[in-house]
Design a protein around this ligand. Structure first.
Ligand SMILES: [Zn+2]
Length: 498
């Protein structure tokens, strides 16, 4: 076998050592981790396995809180290098960024890089002039600085990542350890996968301000409640730079349509009548004039005038379709309602089913809470909550059982409404509403339910993650699988890609 001398070490052409001395190492005793800085506020997509073995000190440990770890594990490539705990693996994180992330979000993509020992005794064992170099084998990505050495390896160092051109295929960056004592030229000690980013997804969002006109409320009532978050521009900024951008989605918020303000004053007395199952503005003498009010809106308000979420969503579907048919029916868009009403049980509502539903609502208490907007739009874009639910006895309902329960409820409702004679509804707007409702149930039971559940299989215990679709204090990240689901729905129902 031919040999050559490389950096003073005798090697064969395949790179494996022929001689071994006590001071020569075949590989380093650490692995390198990339993770977001503490100042990260959603400016790019980053999805990594929260794992205490690989990231000592990590507050979140997915293995302990995920419903089915094998499903979660399958989301990440595994790099075959040792990690502290014998059973632990090196899961390669995913990065999703715009080609010029700073021009879109105002922030460079900046991550923290640090090495962690993996020999069990906490010793790193490297020389002062050893270093880790960041390499983009495809030449499309640049890390600055491109090397980290000495104490910075122990303490960690922030590094910036730039795309040199839009990525037309998934790419990666490797962290390669180099040392004159190493028997090989370099050893990969870390890696990031970077998703292709030559396509951006765009959505138009029409913002409807909904307020109670017989309580002296005006559009200003809504404006005053979103002032602390920068009003409409602040919400748009948050969606484009700190949340949906993680999935390469950009939105434009409109408060007007066809030069008319999208204001929706509503009379409490009208809502109260609807809640009593009464149509306060019948257009016909039809004996069925109250039908949809009885079936869909009765019980809309509780005794404190708080709204029942699903009934209010039905009511909005009904009323808005009549007020702005051009937006409601034909446009690819999302309709976001900011209402001064309170709901009985939630800060926001959006209906995931049918998957082409456009309406989402943010209620009074949450109007100044930015993350609610990303959370509700996440639902519209096909995302379920990341947490498992518990039944009345406190037992966890499995993902599969939850799907079955929902599916059977769609089937039951479909049977119920399918049997009504829609043609008996003389008021055309009533008939249209019921027809659309039945169509939605049909879609949901035939395909949407299965699709959505298949798309949202990864579940955790409630409140213990930092995912936007959890119920926790820190709603910050969308995951890689969520990026994909949202992009697919934008393309199908809500916007365009280019
Ligand atoms: Zn939710």
């Amino acid at each position: 076998m031919a040999t050559l001398i490389l950096e003073g070490v005798l090697k064969d052409y395949s790179g494996s050592p022929q001689t071994a001395e006590a001071t020569i190492k075949s590989r380093p005793l650490f692995h390198g981790c990339f993770f977001p800085l503490s100042t990260y506020s959603g400016e790019f997509g980053f999805d990594w396995m929260r794992d205490r073995n690989a990231y000592p000190g990590s507050k979140i440990h997915y293995a302990g809180i995920s419903e089915d770890f094998s499903l979660l594990e399958a989301e990440y490539d595994v790099l075959d290098i040792p990690v502290e705990n014998q059973e632990a693996k090196y899961y390669v994180p995913w990065l999703n960024m715009f080609p010029d992330n700073k021009s879109v979000t105002g922030k460079d993509v900046e991550l923290f890089f640090r090495v962690n020992p993996c020999n069990g005794d906490g010793v790193y064992d490297f020389e002062d002039d050893d270093y880790v170099e960041f390499v983009s084998p495809g030449g499309n990505l640049k890390v600055t600085p491109d090397k980290v050495s000495g104490l910075d390896l122990y303490n960690g160092k922030s590094v910036k990542i730039n795309c040199l051109k839009p990525l037309t295929a998934n790419d990666y960056i490797e962290a390669v350890y180099r040392s004159k004592n190493l028997t090989t030229e370099g050893e990969v000690v870390g890696k990031i996968n970077v998703l292709k980013n030559d396509i951006t997804y765009f959505i138009n969002i029409y913002v409807v301000k909904n307020y109670i006109s017989d309580a002296n409320e005006t559009p200003e009532t809504i404006n005053s409640k979103i002032r602390s978050i920068g009003e409409i521009n602040g919400i748009e900024d948050y969606l484009n730079k700190h949340s949906l951008n993680q999935a390469l989605i950009q939105v434009k918020l409109y408060t007007q349509y066809d030069k008319k303000d999208l204001n929706w004053p509503i009379r409490l007395s009208t809502l109260q009548a609807a809640s009593n199952g009464k149509n306060s503005n019948p257009t016909t003498d039809d004996v069925n004039k109250d039908y949809i009010f009885q079936q869909f809106f009765k019980g809309l308000l509780d005794s404190n005038n708080k709204v029942n979420q699903s009934k209010f969503l039905n009511y909005i579907n009904f009323r808005f379709g009549n007020m702005f048919p051009a937006i409601g029916e034909t446009q690819k868009c999302i309709l976001l309602y900011l209402t001064s009403l309170d709901s009985i049980s939630a800060g926001g509502t959006s209906s995931i089913f049918p998957t082409n539903n456009k309406h989402c609502i943010v209620y009074n208490p949450n109007l100044g809470h930015k993350a609610t907007y990303a959370h509700e739009i996440g639902h519209i874009l096909g995302l379920l909550h990341t947490f498992t639910i518990v039944d009345r006895d406190g037992k966890t309902v499995s993902h599969e059982d939850e799907r079955k329960i929902l599916l059977s409820s769609f089937q039951k409702k479909y049977g119920l409404y399918k049997s009504i004679e829609v043609n008996n509804l003389l008021d055309v707007t009533h008939r249209r509403f019921v027809e659309k409702y039945i169509k939605g149930l049909k879609r949901s039971k035939e395909s949407d339910c299965n699709t959505v559940y298949d798309n949202n299989k990864i579940r955790f215990k409630k409140g213990l993650t930092d995912n936007v679709m959890d119920y926790s204090r820190k709603l910050l990240f969308f995951s890689k699988s969520q990026w994909k689901v949202m992009q697919t729905e934008v393309e199908l129902y809500y916007g365009i890609k280019k």
